[in-house]
Write a protein that binds this ligand. Structure first.
Ligand SMILES: [Fe+2]
Length: 345
């Protein structure tokens, strides 16, 4: 249900405080056709309340005529910054960028971050933003778990449904999503609260069995019958199951690119204010599904690109798959057991 402007401004205030926004700094708010008017209105109020300068940069959408899905995270092709030097320079000159349009990863985004820019993606509905407004405790929890992930050499994931997969670690950086950008060069997403990394190139092996209740994104559907994904040398080599397996395979094959089957980021959810059940209450195009991505105790894996981790795989298709009831082991230590964070009830 709706939230008031007052509530959303309070959440923005909390986020901007955590971002350590200072009076006199310049904030550029990226918008496009799909930007939520209330989120934009309240962002401008909160930025100005801090004594900072609120700029708005409205960019044209891309990929809409190519993508089969209307989800903004579904198609990782060109971005509104591609060949758009004026926009890139404006963003590089900003102390903080609030992305209310979904600027997907690109060489231009890396250029902005490398120049010390900070980008916060904010596109979920206002009520979701208020419920999952980030806190300093979210950062603490993510960073504590990140230290464990950094030290690990192997991630092993199992489930009663039949999942048994291993991923060698260490080649790629760790994506620490805690919902705000508190240092130069940082990208984050409000709302979030999870950890991800990428398996060493060619190392993902085994099988992943999606059980009823597991979630496919951008399909934004709960799986109703098992789907078995066979992993070999870093790629999904076969997808077996019923209609939902066929639908997934058909969608991925529509990109005509073998790289769509590469295993992409892997990790687990740490956000207790995110809930598995939420997706069932929203229209598919109302949300991008951060509740299932961040839900505490999930195993979140994906297929497709690794360019956000510094790799060169920039395939356009990206599937995120949050799973319940898995056990996630780092070396010989469980961080998630049967879908629950270890050490928490
Ligand atoms: Fe993803």
């Amino acid at each position: 249900m709706p939230v008031s402007d007052f509530e959303l401004v309070q959440s923005w205030r909390q986020v901007l405080d955590l971002c350590n926004l200072q009076s006199g700094q310049s904030v550029t708010i990226l918008t496009s056709i799909g930007t939520n008017a209330q989120t934009l209105r309240c962002a401008i109020l909160a930025v100005q309340e801090k004594g900072a300068i609120a700029n708005r940069l409205d960019l044209q959408p891309t990929n809409g005529g190519t993508s089969l899905s209307r989800d903004p995270l579904a198609y990782v092709g060109t971005t509104p910054l591609t060949g758009n030097r004026a926009a890139v320079e404006m963003l590089k000159a900003s102390d903080l960028v609030l992305d209310l349009m979904t600027l997907l990863f690109s060489a231009e985004q890396h250029e902005i971050l490398d120049a010390g820019g900070r980008i916060l993606l904010v596109v979920e509905p206002p009520d979701v933003l208020v419920r999952m407004a980030p806190t300093a405790e979210d950062r603490t929890r993510v960073l504590e778990n990140s230290a464990r992930l950094k030290a690990a050499k192997v991630m092993k994931v199992t489930s009663a449904a039949g999942t048994d997969a291993t991923f060698a670690l260490g080649e790629y950086p760790i994506l620490e999503e805690y919902g705000f950008v508190d240092k130069p060069g940082r990208w984050d997403h409000w709302p979030s609260g999870f950890l991800a990394t990428w398996a060493n190139e060619g190392s993902a092996e085994g099988k992943i069995v999606l059980a009823p209740g597991d979630i496919l994104l951008p399909q934004k559907s709960y799986v109703t019958a098992p789907i078995t994904c066979h992993l070999e040398k870093g790629y999904v080599r076969a997808i077996e199951g019923g209609f939902e397996a066929d639908h997934l395979r058909d969608y991925m094959e529509s990109f005509h690119d073998p790289e769509v089957f590469a295993v992409s980021h892997i990790g687990w959810g740490l956000q207790n204010r995110a809930h598995w059940s939420v997706m069932g209450f929203y229209d598919r195009e109302a949300s991008i599904g951060m509740d299932p991505r961040a839900c505490a105790g999930n195993f979140l894996w994906s297929t497709g690109p690794n360019n956000e981790a510094g790799g060169d795989r920039d395939t356009a298709c990206h599937i995120d798959i949050p799973m319940r009831d898995c056990t996630v082991m780092l070396d010989d230590e469980a961080v998630v057991r049967n879908g629950k964070l270890v050490g928490e009830s």
